[in-house]
Design a protein around this ligand. Sequence first.
Ligand SMILES: [Zn+2]
Length: 327
Amino acid sequence: MINVQKILKFINIIKKERIILWRKKVCVIVLSVICVTSLVLYGCGENTQQSSETESEEGLNIITTISIIADFVENIIGDRSSVTYLVPIGEEPEEYEPVPSDFRKIADADIVFANGVNLEEWLEKIMRNVGDTEVVYVTKGAPTLTLVDTDIEDPHLWLDVRYVIDYYVKNIVDTLITIDPEGESIYRQNSKAYTDELIALEEWIVKKLSEVPQENRIIIISENACKYLGDAYGFEAEGIWELNAHEEGTPQQISRIVDLVKERKIPAVFVETTVDERYMQMISNETGVAIAGTLYTDAVGVKGSGADTYIKMMRHNIKVIVSGLGE
Ligand SMILES: [Zn+2]
């Protein structure tokens, strides 16, 4: 039997911290709205004119919501243009609160690449306030999985490499060719080379994951982000909660995973770089099962982490999963 009292006390500490953080974010939102209003009325800021002139000399001004999509775009665009992402590495994209400079970046952008599928609800808030910058959802056309016991679509399609090849890369290339037809041959060449790397990555993943015995094929992390990965490679995916934007870490959610780990004799659980790992630590303490490592689910790693690109982060993830669940 797990100690509910202890868990509740722990959750309260985490919640209090989050309320303080939330208050700070509210201040930032108010500032953002003031800034956008000024942007519309007075051109917000000293050097709007100057910055858009500089950008047109340097090629397209591309914004993506998350670092993973920025990496896809960088691979396709090469040094023809620069790419910036909005959600800082380490933050949950589902819970991101835009800062004033995001409004400005989007207003100045030629195009915004977003994941869609319930990942960036906050983007709609920006778009309602910012001019007519076009947003392209790079998962367009992809079949989706739903969150457990709901018909809400799960946004983490990128964790299945086949989706990246078939939808992310394809949608990005099509869009770039439409807005910059002169770059077509470069975009096609780069995307062909990148797709070859992704195919090699996929083959490596299949081979590597085959080392995990059937009874251990269950990936347990805080946010249940590995459904597409699991579906692709024959693993069950479980999370304490379903989506970061939803309720996180209730005693019921925690005791459900504790029971699951014990019943199925799962040898390892995992945490993510973008989520508070104290929830999983509680499960580890209650079950005696180790946290076998940290997975990159919603962002690539920082420079020097060994996981600062999508391909490197996936290789890291698979190695960690195999080391925890393999024999
Ligand atoms: Zn997520």
